[in-house]
Structures are given as C-alpha cells and as structure tokens.
Write a protein that binds this ligand. Structure first.
Ligand SMILES: [Zn+2]
Length: 426
C-alpha cells in the first residue's frame, strides 16, 4: 500500500524479492562484455549522449557481476535476481559429476530458479525477451508463456513465429537482413527489435541481451569499438525518448590477455598438472567453452580442475600446492570454498577452482585450444575477478530509500533498481 495515495501497488515475488509491476514501460539491457572503459572512452570524447544523460540526470555507477564472470551465469542472474548458487547456471560448459560426461549448456535444463520475466508475464505484463544468441533465448525463456510473452533471438531472427516466439519473422518486422552471428550488427539488431516492439506497443517490460563480439575483438580506444558504442548509445537513447525507463548493465567486463608482442598470455593448467602428476590424471574444464569459440579460443579467467574418482593421486592438496606455485594464478581454491566465497553452484564446480591474475588467460591443455581462432588478434577475454566490475546505468534517478537498502550493488539488482528504485513521476 502506498502510504501517500492509498493505492495498492501490485508486485510479484520472485526468488525472495518483490518486484513492482511496471508503471512506465521498462527495458533492461545486458551490454554483453561492456567493460566500463568502453563507456569512459566515449564519454571523454563526448560521443555518448545517452550515457551522458544517465550520468547527469539518471543514475550511473559500477556494480559487481556474478562469478564466474561468464555470459550464461550472469544472464541467468540478471533475469532471476540471484547468484548462480541459487539458479544453478555456473558456466557455459561443465562436467556432470554424476555421469562423468561434459555438458554444453544449450537449453533451459540447468535453470533451477524462476525468472522475473516469466512472473511478470504471468501477472499480465506484456513481456519480451530479445537475445543476440539463440542458445541464450532457449535458456532464459524458461517458464515465459509464449503468446502473451515474446522470446526471440537476433541470430535466428527469420525463424521467429507467432506460435513459438510470440512474434513473427523479425527480418520482416525490421526490414533488415538476419545479422551475421560474428558481427556488431547482431547486438544492434537486438536493440532495433526492442525499439520496434516499443513503437508497436508489444511490450511493457523487455530484456534485451547483446553479444560481446566487438569487445572480444576490439579494445575500447579502437575506432571499431567507438563506432559500436555510438550506435548502441543512440538506440538506448531512442528507447528512453519513447518514454521507457532504460536500465543497462553488463554480464562481465573484458580484459586484454596478450603480451606486449601480441601473443596470448596463457597458463595451461592441464599441462602443468600433467607435467607434475602424469597425463590424464586430472580433467580441466574451461567453463567459457561455447559454440562461439571464435570470440576467445575457449580461453578465460577461470577454470575448474576435476580429480579422477578411481585414483588417489593427485589429491586436492597436491593440486592446490602445485598450482599455487604458479605466480600468474591469483586464487587456487578447493571448489566448495570457491562456491561459498563467490556464490557459485556446487554441482558445476570442480574439486579445485583456479582464477587467473588480471591479464592472464587460463586453458586446459595447449593441444586442446586452437589459437588460430584468434586470427592474429590480441586475446581479450573474461571469467575471473578482473572482469567483475561492470557499469550499472539507469535513464532515471534512483530513490534514496532504494539506494540506502543496498550494501553493495550487484549487476543482478538491475530489475530491482528499474522496477522498485525509480521514483514514479506523477
Ligand atoms: Zn558475455
């Protein structure tokens, strides 16, 4: 009950938080891989008017992403409002401890928590989710009723149908061709779809999730990255000008992991362990692994070591001691300790969790990574603590009461901020 007006404010409860139904339309945007430096470069050049608006008249701060700082875990956190320990998606790729098989996350089977999007759609709020990659659409659409709800991807834009996606062919809707999955246009297509849905009154709540293709390939100062940021900023500004509350954060930052000569700075954790204990005595899982390997060669800031169940050697302590002697590693922890410290999901964790220092990439074994995929570019990637600080932007100011209720800002507070923290204008 609103004490001033006596009106009842409708809310939905999701994973322990109450979210107000949007009184103004709300768009939450995941700027995939958008390290704050990309915004800083554009801001200094005076070429990002929407970001400047957030700084001057809305809200602009930094927040901590969920660990590990990979795409699927953080997108799942954004739409559920909780860390991976509670929603279960702790990587793109994991070893199933029960079967001993490795699993690529391709659908919604790993998602253990309901989403804010599904709850809002169930409460009658026209809700749309647009992702860059189709794999993410499948994972995040869990429970979202299609028909009232919309769930589409830019990657498979032309495959959208009313019966299965809640809306028809997006290439016809936008008058644009289907974007290449390895392109800046993939992300811009997501935002253009959001604008088209807003203009046609198809949604009052949207989740728009982009791709980090540009950030993996281009440093913040590059003309390619700056052009992308300008295009992105203009589209967010358009949504705000249409009367939408626009809230944006990132799933993770992005770090240069190359040496001065341009070659990647990599610790192959599996090779280190093989040299000490013998080939095949451990299994190293790179949770960044996904079908989009051209972005990063499956190299990231965190890997998991699994011990063989049928052998006593090496033990967890053996692995800890060996890896802690490698100075390019920041943290080497027993898996359960890493889960407790960082809110990760135990069923996907290794016996040992390895986190690299800033500027260092981790791999399993050199023979298992195709560095030719980097095509001579400097390696830029994410996954560890160095990529945990991300932007947290809103087109509107946040209330003092909402801000006072937080001890620290997490990227998965973004729906809470947009729905509960923005003062409703009379
Ligand atoms: Zn990402």
């Amino acid at each position: 009950m609103d004490m001033l007006t006596g009106t009842r404010t409708a809310t939905v409860a999701v994973n322990g938080r109450d979210y107000r139904l949007p009184e103004r339309p709300v768009a939450v945007v995941c700027l995939d891989g958008c390290d704050s430096e990309y915004l800083d470069v554009g801001q200094k050049a005076g070429e990002l008017p929407f970001f400047a608006h957030c700084l001057a008249k809305g809200f602009a701060a930094q927040a901590l992403a969920a660990m590990p700082t990979f795409t699927n875990p953080n997108n799942a956190s954004l739409v559920t409002g909780v860390p991976p320990a509670l929603h279960g998606v702790s990587g793109n790729f994991y070893l199933d401890r029960a079967t001993g098989e490795t699993v690529m996350v391709t659908g919604d089977a790993e998602m253990r928590a309901p989403t804010i999007l599904a709850a809002m759609a169930d409460a009658g709020v026209p809700t749309a989710m647009v992702t860059a990659k189709d794999k993410l659409r499948a994972a995040l659409a869990k429970g979202l009723p299609i028909g009232p709800g919309i769930a589409v991807s830019a990657q498979h834009a032309s495959a959208a149908r009313e019966s299965t996606h809640g809306i028809g062919d997006l290439t016809a809707l936008l008058g644009q061709p289907e974007p290449d999955q390895y392109s800046a246009e993939l992300s811009l297509f997501v935002l253009d779809t959001g604008i088209a849905l807003a203009r046609r009154g198809k949604a009052r709540l949207m989740y728009l999730s982009l791709s980090d293709y540009v950030q993996h390939r281009h440093a913040p100062q590059s003309e390619e990255a700056r052009a992308f940021m300008r295009a992105l900023d203009a589209r967010l500004g358009t949504l705000a000008a249409l009367g939408w509350v626009v809230a944006a954060t990132a799933d993770h930052g992005m770090t240069d992991m190359a040496r001065p000569d341009g070659s990647p700075e990599i610790v192959f954790v599996g090779d280190l362990l093989d040299a000490r204990f013998g080939a095949g005595t451990t299994q190293v899982i790179c949770p960044i692994t996904d079908p989009f390997v051209r972005h990063h060669g499956a190299l990231g800031g965190l890997v998991r070591v699994h011990l063989r169940r049928d052998a006593d050697v090496p033990s967890v302590d053996d692995v800890l001691a060996t890896l802690r002697a490698e100075p390019r590693l920041l943290e080497v922890l027993p898996g359960e300790e890493a889960c407790a410290r960082y809110g990760m999901a135990p069923h996907m964790e290794g016996d040992v969790t390895v986190i690299a220092r800033r500027g260092v990439a981790l791999g399993s074994r050199a023979a298992e990574h195709d560095l030719a995929q980097l095509a001579g570019e400097r390696l830029r990637s994410h996954g560890g603590l160095a990529e945990q600080v991300v932007p947290f932007l809103l087109s509107e100011p946040l209330s003092a009461a909402w801000l006072a209720s937080r001890q620290e800002l997490r990227n998965f507070d973004i729906f809470d901020a947009a729905l509960n923290g923005v003062e409703v204008r009379p």
